[in-house]
Ligand binder design. Structure first.
Ligand SMILES: Cc1cc2nc3c(=O)[nH]c(=O)nc-3n(C[C@H](O)[C@H](O)[C@H](O)COP(=O)(O)OP(=O)(O)OC[C@H]3O[C@@H](n4cnc5c(N)ncnc54)[C@H](O)[C@@H]3O)c2cc1C
Length: 371
């Protein structure tokens, strides 16, 4: 069996690890942090992955996850629209989900090296050499890049998207508040939007995508929230009436939604490392899980026999990934541009209010089909 190294133990890395270990591939997963830990994410998981997750036993059973079937969106001028979600989803923290999947991966035979960052990958003689930040070297036949939005490896691999600006930041709080537990809301502010959704343990996720520039100008997250987010009356009310569960939010800096190459130096990219969808227009968690399914199916199909052909595997993966995600990422980038400013988000909301057909069409484009 081919040895598989996975760089990054978020959703895409862990789901690939579990599925490939179940098929008896030797899998080594490198994760730079230690489970469980908090991660910037809106933590709304679309039902497009529900059947798959249940079928493959990838969801913790002892929680009653809030079921989300309504969507509320608001503009800076205080207009809002609430509509039923056609597919819906559920709220689940990454603290709980990633830890559960890491346990499952270990049980299926994956060797997980936590607190281990991969800083370089070289390919030669049909083999990979992976170097850790503590100078250890590992070998593998196949490497999956599942290290998220950005990382040191992107620089090492000189990936093309790094030639463009990375203007976004993400911030996540967990809060306790009085908000409907069946609703996911997205409230716009100048330069970004903030989501709120119920998760386990009577808590809510409050997470936003904003501009790096605004954080720099404001000087701190708290100041930016006061100056920029609270201009929207819905956000003012949420922030002013919330009990913040953790002293500080989790923050990620400097990322973009530029297209990325799916395969770099024979490393098979998956999840956000292959392409990041804007949170407004898509469900990155569901896409990370789905891309792990596609990749692990392709590896199982093309890398089982001794006469395997790397080029055929790579071509098959690219074809399947493009067919599933390429259009969705493109639509996401276009839709995002309507919600970047006060003017455009006010206008977009007026149009959506006057045309429920259009509003439903936009919503349908934010998720894929259940699989
Ligand atoms: C503000 C915001 C809100 C969002 N809200 C939602 C939402 O509500 N619903 C939704 O579906 N999606 C949402 N997303 C998107 C979603 O969070 C991502 O698409 C998803 O986490 C991608 O999973 P992944 O496995 O590809 O990467 P990640 O979950 O980021 O995992 C990557 C892992 O790799 C590790 N790593 C990084 N570099 C290295 C290295 N060199 N060596 C070893 N390990 C490494 C990291 O520690 C991390 O654990 C949101 C994104 C943002 C920015």
């Amino acid at each position: 069996m081919k040895t598989i190294a996975i760089i990054g133990g978020g959703l895409s890395g862990l789901v690939s690890a579990i599925r490939l270990s179940r098929l008896d591939f030797p899998v080594l997963l490198f994760e730079k942090k230690e489970y469980p830990y908090h991660k910037v994410c809106g933590e709304y998981l679309s039902n497009e992955v529900l059947n798959f997750m249940k079928r493959e036993e990838l969801l913790p059973k002892h929680y009653d996850f809030p079921q989300i079937n309504k969507f509320q969106v608001s503009a800076l001028n205080g207009q809002s629209l609430t509509m039923a979600l056609d597919l819906g989803g559920f709220g689940i923290s990454r603290f709980v989900l990633d830890e559960f999947l890491a346990k499952e991966a270990r049980m299926t035979g994956t060797k997980i090296l936590e607190n281990t960052s991969i800083i370089n990958v070289e390919f030669g003689n049909n083999q990979f050499k992976l170097e850790t930040s503590t100078n250890e070297v590992y070998q593998a036949d196949l490497v999956i890049g599942a290290y998220g939005k950005n990382g040191v490896l992107d620089k090492k691999l000189e990936r093309n998207h790094l030639n463009y600006e990375a203007p976004f930041i993400g911030v996540k709080h967990h809060i306790k508040t009085d908000f409907p537990r069946d609703t996911v809301a997205l409230h716009n502010f100048e330069g970004g939007y903030c989501g709120i959704v119920a998760i386990e343990n009577d808590q809510f996720n409050l997470c936003y995508l904003g501009r790096r520039e605004d954080l720099k100008n404001a000087g701190s997250v708290e100041e930016m929230e006061a100056q920029v987010l609270k201009v929207n009356p819905f956000l003012k009310s949420i922030f002013d009436n919330a009990e913040f569960v953790y002293e500080k939010p989790v923050v990620i800096n400097a990322f973009s939604f530029r297209p990325k190459a799916l395969i770099e130096n024979h490393i098979l990219m998956s999840g956000d490392t292959a392409g990041l969808i804007t949170p407004l227009c898509g469900n990155g968690m569901a896409m990370a899980i789905h891309s792990a399914k596609i990749l692990s199916d392709t590896i199982a199909e093309y890398a089982c026999s001794e006469q395997w052909d790397r080029q055929r595997l790579e071509m098959a993966y690219k074809q399947r990934w493009d067919a599933t995600f390429k259009r969705r990422l493109w639509v996401g980038r276009k839709t995002q541009s309507f919600f970047g400013s006060k003017w455009s988000s006010n206008a977009a909301l007026s149009v959506m209010k006057s045309s429920p057909w259009l509003a439903n069409k936009i919503m349908k484009n934010t998720h894929g089909k259940p699989f």
